[in-house]
Write a protein that binds this ligand. Structure first.
Ligand code: ADP
Ligand code: MG
Length: 693
């Protein structure tokens, strides 16, 4: 049995594991002995010593031993059996709500028993409810446990004792050293990582003197050893993805300046330093013979669209088509308008494709995309449906990528692949991604940051205000509009249900129309037809509306420079990143802007802290870090990413300090594909996302 690695040994090889138990273990994602050994305890109990009863305090958990003084059934609020136990230092009551007659008979006065349980204050003073207990013999000294007792995460029908027996058996196998050490010795020495087998044994059966607080916090060196390897596995898998792409050829796009110069000359403003720098990085990538995979992070309003246009022009100069994809129709249309205005004067044709486009119009666009007469194509994900074929796609630009995960990135790359060539890929996000996440979830991408806003922007003033002052807020909106400002009023709901959210917005719009008859008020929400939405947005943009009531559909990318006031109802329900996005809709022009966060009182402690962050800073990176700290990576990245971000042992937040080391070790190990694969296989082998890579 030892000849094979524990990773290949199914749990059914252990004595007593039949089909039923196997099913239960599968629920815990335990298939092999290795899985069992990586199934780490949540916490530990100390059964290594017997506590004097006289020393017990409420909340203590431990072993006691003594003589039964009698057991009685009492009829309190609930019928129960109480049993008094004495050890010479004191007396404690054991209380059972479920018991049998046999149990009562066994607890005769004079019997010695040993119990394990938690002490609490009950009706008769100190009590233990339903302790584990067994008889002990006077003559024989019954040994206590030698190590701390693990408490494992478990599932229905699988008790702790069973898991302990199973891990005992697996640990016995481990003694023969068959859990392969995958991190080379010299690296372990350099980073002071204990050997894998030692770490695993320690965590399942820590010695009596182990630092329990450290273990509970997940900061013990043995835990960090495992977390390190797991993070390493994730990192290696992303590097592998990236190398796969790199192995493919890419269209070479030497810049000629043919369109670029003219485009820059007609822009009403010079590029910011940051736009210039990032554009140069992209230009470099595009003239390489392998596909670019670049993530551009730039706060809302930092001017990413111009940067995307420059990239597209380089593709066109190189004789290729560029596709620009946005996540919503509103945003895609806005890009289409921008790109058309910028590129048509250069004699270029911009095509448009979205889900709502049907029939003859769609045919025309498809024709232009297919025969190459459109050099640039803008649209939603409809761009990548099966029946769309590009004449010569060389660059894919994806805006607001924070909504997409690794899966989507892969799918896109696949889509554009022709022969052995992949298009270049540029991903733009307005949601700054905290460094820890860039180093983990986005390790397959190169990163550029536009860290400068165009000049002349005044930061948005953010005010946190209770909805008890709603009437005042409505008056402020009125005053602002009468002064020629335009205002957004954003409605949010806890429920994910879009229907309810839209309903709430409809009700609010009605109320505001009644309260403010002198204003021109519009409404947009996600359940309106795209054409309807576009029409309302267009008239708001043309200043034919003073006030726009909206759901969070306007979160992404909408650009109306004259809008300078935003009210957000119930901001405490949204993530900080989302609030930051919303707030980014104002402060786009040169007038001073306001954002009123109108919370529903009373505000929780965390709610206050979060809104405080919004008030204090408009720096998207700081907000993102804070969001990660307060909500965790799953929430920050969105559900689509959570598959990717589910770790067995590691915790991105807690183990963030390991990432620099992980990155370094990963780049060394990547040179050894066999080793790299073994590490990926160990931690992500069952994850289909990587299995198909
Ligand atoms: P985002 O990065 O949020 O996508 P946009 O590309 O929509 O930002 O740009 C926001 C606004 O800033 C637009 O109105 C755009 O024309 C303007 N803008 C972009 N770059 C500059 C610049 N260098 N100087 C002045 N204004 C700029
Ligand atoms: Mg944008």
């Amino acid at each position: 049995m030892n000849a094979r690695s524990l990773a290949q040994l199914p749990v059914t090889e252990l004595k007593g594991v039949g089909a039923a138990l196997q099913l239960k273990l599968e629920k815990l994602d335990i298939h092999t002995l290795q899985d069992l050994l990586f199934h780490l305890p949540l916490r530990y109990q100390n059964r290594t010593r017997i506590m004097p009863i006289g020393s017990l305090r409420p909340g203590d958990e431990g072993v006691i031993e003594g003589e039964v003084k009698g057991a009685d059934i009492v009829m309190g609020r609930r019928r129960s059996m109480v049993c008094r136990l004495q050890d010479g230092t004191g007396t404690v009551t054991l209380r059972f709500f479920h018991f049998s007659a046999a149990q009562k008979n066994n607890l005769k006065a004079g019997t010695r028993i040993r119990c394990f349980g938690e002490v609490r204050t009950g009706a008769s003073g100190l009590e233990m409810y339903h302790p584990e207990y067994r008889r002990v013999d006077d003559e024989v000294i019954t040994p206590v446990e030698e190590s701390l007792t693990p408490v494992y995460p478990t599932t229905e029908g699988l008790n702790q004792n069973r898991l302990r027996t199973l891990t005992d058996a697996a640990l016995a196998q481990l003694q023969s050293g068959s859990l392969t050490e995958l991190i080379p010795e010299h690296m372990r020495q350099r980073w002071q990582l204990p050997p894998l087998n030692d770490a695993v044994s320690y965590l399942h059966r820590p010695p009596v003197d182990a630092d329990q607080d450290q273990l509970l916090d997940g900061r013990h060196p043995a835990q960090r050893r495992l977390a390190f390897e797991e993070l390493l596995a994730h990192h290696l898998s992303l590097l592998k993805l990236r190398n796969r792409t790199r192995e493919q050829g890419a269209p070479l796009m030497q810049p000629t300046g043919q369109y670029r110069d003219q485009f820059l000359a007609q822009l009403p403003f010079p590029l910011t330093g940051a736009q210039q720098r990032v554009s140069n990085e992209i230009a470099q990538d595009l003239s390489q013979p392998f596909p670019m995979l670049r993530l551009v992070q730039g706060d809302v309003g930092s001017g990413k669209t111009v940067v995307a246009a420059l990239a597209a022009l380089q593709a066109v100069e190189g004789g290729f088509q560029a596709a620009v994809m946005a996540p919503t129709e509103i945003l895609a249309e806005q890009h289409f308008i921008n790109f058309s205005n910028w590129l048509e004067p250069l004699g270029l044709k911009v095509a448009w494709l979205a889900g709502k486009l049907k029939g003859k119009k769609r045919q025309e666009q498809m024709q232009a995309i297919g025969d190459g007469s459109a050099q640039v194509v803008v649209g939603t994900h409809a761009l990548f449906q099966d029946d769309v074929s590009f004449a010569n796609l060389g660059l894919v630009v994806v805006d607001e990528q924070h909504r997409f995960g690794v899966h989507q990135r892969l799918a896109l790359r696949e889509k554009g692949r022709q022969d052995h060539r992949s298009p270049h890929q540029l991903i733009m996000t307005a949601t700054p991604i905290p460094r820890t996440l860039t180093m983990s979830a986005y390790a397959d991408l190169d990163c550029s940051i536009i860290d400068e806003l165009p000049p002349g922007r005044t930061p948005v003033n953010t005010v946190v205000i209770s909805d008890q002052r709603r009437a005042d807020v409505v008056q402020r909106v009125r005053d602002a509009c009468l002064q020629g400002r335009q205002v957004y009023w954003v409605c949010t709901l806890i429920e994910e249900s879009e229907a309810l959210q839209c309903q709430a917005a409809e009700v609010t719009a009605e109320e505001l129309r009644e309260a403010l008859p002198e204003l021109r008020i519009g409404l947009v929400h996600g359940r309106m037809k795209p054409a309807e939405k576009a029409e309302i947005m267009a008239s708001y943009k043309a200043a034919e509306l003073d006030l726009l009531v909206a759901t969070t559909v306007i979160e992404v990318g909408v650009d109306v420079p004259n809008a300078s006031v935003m009210i957000i109802e119930n901001p405490e329900r949204l993530g900080l990143a989302q609030l930051h996005q919303l707030r980014g809709r104002v402060g786009r022009g040169s007038v001073e802007s306001f954002c009123l966060l109108m919370y529903h009182a009373p505000l929780s402690h965390q709610g206050r802290e979060r809104l405080g962050v919004m008030r204090e800073t408009t720096d998207g990176f700081r907000i993102a870090e804070k969001d990660l700290e307060l909500r965790g990576p799953g929430e920050v990245l969105g559900t689509r990413q959570t598959g990717m971000m589910s770790f067995k042992v590691a915790d991105l937040q807690r183990d963030a300090d390991l990432l620099t080391r992980v990155k370094q070790v990963a780049s060394e190990i990547a040179a050894d594909p066999q080793l790299s694969d073994a590490i990926i296989q160990r931690w992500l082998g069952r994850d289909e996302q990587y299995a198909s890579v």
